[in-house]
Design a protein around this ligand. Sequence first.
Ligand SMILES: [Zn+2]
Length: 68
Amino acid sequence: MKLDFSQLNKQTKKSFSDQHAVIKKVMQGKIVACEQCQQPLVLITPEQSEQPGIGCLKGCTFISLEFG
Ligand SMILES: [Zn+2]
């Protein structure tokens, strides 16, 4: 089986920049709605969860963040 990584890399790169834009907005205190459920995305700190990141309460969107 041959895997086509070129397409995967392209998608990863695009979603990475999308995620970066979302992270930036949430960090600035701007409201960003989840594309799936339209709930606002919130910052989940390492104190709140073992998996810190930015996500909606339903969990359909989650961007993991690496702290420190
Ligand atoms: Zn959602």
